[in-house]
Design a protein around this ligand. Structure first.
Ligand code: SF4
Ligand code: ZN
Length: 465
């Protein structure tokens, strides 16, 4: 391995983990490196993290040429992954913006060599401009920030609070978290949210799948198996955020989706031929959305690498372990493809986001009409919303009822006809001998700051919109 490649590996580990005290990613299981591409030994980034932090954070200058590198645009520079060539491995000694301070990084988005202060100022100003140009907020609005404890939402919450004070947006900001019930992942990331809440003083509200639906993701995964968990989780999370925002009286939900997320979503929607989502902006849409509460993505033009750098230079505390169910997610394939594209063409992320915004479909294309779910009142284009269909399958012990092409079987059940054993097996029914699993108790829903003000919710069916 070339000396510069080692530099990239080291910088990558530092960059990925953000120098954060809570980083728990291990090699080969991180968002940036497609599975099997990391050329470090598993666990090596734990050790390298401290080494890299020492070289970059304490000494301030790279001793192995690390500071001369940009965070790799593709994987970690593994054997079969070409080293990034778009930005030369040389960096001016001084910041190209102020010309006075030593350059600390080369911006992945623009290639400019900047000092810490100039990078932070540029990143904050760009976010402010995106908010103003997109007219994302109006004075007096209550904005619920979707807070997962990860880098994106942590940076978003920090930035919105800072920009609101600096530019006088006049917003009431809240943190809204969703607890999917994924042991070893969400419990730890919620701890990071709570730490942020204590530092920022913003009100925090947590809604959980167990409280809303009576099912945690871990329990769903036990019934469903390793595949399709993200289908349930994505549908439930969308509703959970809306329900939490309505309970908090929020006018809008701001999410931490960045340019890479948007590009992945555009790519995924194209690959799936999801015309509905492509029409609604393919994931790149401005304020608005398909749910009950309008949404916006203030960081949708920000590169993921720059968000990590911003979090690092601001010393933000975030959680970076990947969800245990993520390796099975279809998004992972879109992400790996995007990394390959980005290696060949560094502007691929921005280009795909732009494509999503500019895409237009034939005007005579018939789209399903938006109505409300007969059972829970949520937005739906069918008699039942997707969450209620998924719940129906779970409650019947047929977890695959709501996914895939099972319309005939759904019609059979609706008409009260019995299913054959083979049909039940296709819908994921457990073997007859298996004892039924004990129902998880549904909890109560309330705000962390208002323990006395808890409201009972038994699930989406009992919620009144
Ligand atoms: Fe949910 Fe899938 Fe994300 Fe895990 S990876 S939190 S299961 S959507
Ligand atoms: Zn419903």
């Amino acid at each position: 391995m070339r000396r510069e490649q080692w530099g990239e590996e080291l910088l990558f580990c530092w960059w990925l983990l953000g120098g954060a005290v809570s980083g728990q990613v291990h090699a080969g299981n991180c968002r940036q490196v497609p599975a099997g591409r990391c050329s470090l030994w598993p666990g090596a980034c734990w050790g390298l993290r401290y080494l890299a932090r020492c070289m970059l954070g304490v000494v301030g200058r790279c001793m192995l040429g690390v500071g001369q590198c940009v965070p790799p645009a593709c994987g970690a520079g593994g054997a079969e992954t070409p080293a990034p060539t778009a930005v030369p491995h040389t960096m001016p000694a001084t910041c190209s913006a102020c010309g006075a301070s030593p350059a600390a990084l080369r911006r992945p988005k623009t290639g400019h060599a900047l000092c810490r202060a100039c990078f932070l100022a540029a990143f904050e100003e760009e976010t402010h401009q995106a908010i103003v140009a997109g007219r994302l907020f109006r004075p007096g609005e209550t904005v619920a920030i979707g807070a997962s404890g990860g880098k994106d939402s942590t940076v978003l919450a920090h930035l919105l609070q800072l920009l609101d004070q600096r530019h006088g947006y006049g917003l009431r900001l809240l943190l809204l978290s969703v607890d999917e019930g994924i042991a070893g992942y969400r419990d730890a990331s919620l701890a990071a949210v709570r730490r942020h809440q204590r530092r920022s003083g913003l009100p925090l509200h947590v809604v959980s799948y167990r409280q809303l639906y009576g099912w945690s993701m871990d329990r769903i995964a036990r019934h469903l198996g390793p595949r399709n968990n993200c289908t349930f989780c994505g549908v439930f999370r969308r509703q959970a955020l809306d329900r939490g925002a309505l309970l908090m009286g929020a006018d809008k939900i701001a999410t931490g989706h960045n340019a890479d997320d948007v590009a992945e979503t555009v790519l995924m929607n194209f690959l799936r031929g999801d015309v509905g989502r492509l029409r609604r902006g393919a994931g790149a849409g401005p304020a608005g959305g398909e749910g009950a509460v309008p949404r916006c993505k203030p960081l949708r033009h920000a590169y993921e690498k720059e968000i990590v750098l911003y979090a690092y230079f601001q010393g933000l505390d975030y959680f970076s372990t990947e969800c245990v169910y993520a390796p099975q997610a279809y998004r992972g394939y879109a992400r790996a493809l995007l990394k390959e594209l980005e290696a060949a063409r560094p502007s691929a992320v921005a280009d795909l986001g732009h494509s999503g915004e500019r895409l237009s479909l034939r005007s005579d294309l018939r789209m399903p009409a938006r109505g409300t779910c007969q059972r829970c009142g949520y937005v739906a284009s069918q008699p039942l919303c997707k969450a209620c269909v998924l719940l129906e399958g779970l409650d019947r012990g047929l977890p695959k009822l709501g996914i895939g092409k099972h319309r005939r079987l759904r019609d059979k059940l609706r008409d009260g006809q019995p299913l054959t054993q083979e049909e039940r097996r296709r819908l994921g029914a457990p073997d007859e001998e298996e004892p039924p699993e004990e129902q998880e108790p549904r909890g109560e829903l309330g705000t962390d700051e208002e323990p006395g003000g808890r409201r009972e919710l038994r699930g989406p069916r009992d919620l009144d919109f």
